[in-house]
Structure formats: C-alpha cells, structure tokens
Design a protein around this ligand. Sequence first.
Ligand code: RP5
Length: 159
Amino acid sequence: MKVGIFMGSKSDLDTVSAAFGIFDEFGIEYEYNILSAHRTPSQVISKITELEQKGAKLFIGAAGMAAHLSGVIAAHTHKPVLGIPLDGGTMGGMDSLLSTVQMPKGIPVATFAIGKSGAINAAIFAVQILASSDQDLANKFNDYRSKMTQDVVEINNSK
Ligand code: RP5
C-alpha cells in the first residue's frame, strides 16, 4: 500500500473516487478511509499510524467546508500531504480551498484545484512523487504524458 487517502464524509466519495482511476491505471495500491478531522479526530490520527505501518509513502486529504483534514494529517505525519478542497455547496469550495491551502509555515499541504480536477491532479502528483524513486513507474508516466499530447495532436489532425 503506497497512498493513504482520507475524506471527511461519505458525501465526498463521488468526487474523490476520480483519483482512484488514476491509481488503478498506474497500478498503485491505495487505501481510502472516510474519517473527519472534526467528527472522528482520534480515529484520523490512529489511521495515519496504521497506514504508515502498512507502507504509505504519502497521504491525500479531501474535505469540504471548514476543511481541516489535510492540515491535521500533515500535523501527524512527516510524509507529504496532498490536499483536495471540495465544494461543500455554500461557497463553491472557496471556504475549503482557503482552509486547506493557508497552512502556517513549517507544516505544508500541497493543495490542488477544487473538486474533481483537484482529485485527479492530486493523484497524478502522487504518481510523480512515487515515480521519482521507481523507474518502471517513471516510464509509465512518460507514456501517459506522451499519450495526452498525442490525443490533442490527433484532434487537430482529424479536423
Ligand atoms: C466536510 O464537510 C466533509 O468533507 C464534507 O465535504 C462536508 C459535508 O459533510 P456532510 O455533512 O455531507 O457529511 O467535513
């Protein structure tokens, strides 16, 4: 298991699951848990320890509204933490974006776009981190980017 994913609520699952497809595509094992910095604070902390013991190299936190989950994870691990702000419905996700990104110096959370694009990019970024010490994964990532480029070139060629 390489990536530990936390989300604050079951209502986040539909958006966060966009990240799972990326990990499946690259053959990266992940585990997700629905745990909240506010509703289940002690379970978040014990799960971090458990996932580190299972081999987690980095963590992803996804939450909406007053999104403290990624910051709390970052406070309890020395692994990189990637934060996905979610649209909780009242402020279009700006509340969550600022809650996630505005970390005090010393405890960073790498913060991505609000919602599904952020979930996908957090997963891609996780692949890039893991690929820095895994040549097979780096080769797969090169192919992934080449295909992305080629797909756009083909759209123009077929006009
Ligand atoms: C956050 O509050 C969750 O991450 C979710 O995005 C938001 C609303 O949660 P629910 O009330 O739908 O459980 O903690």
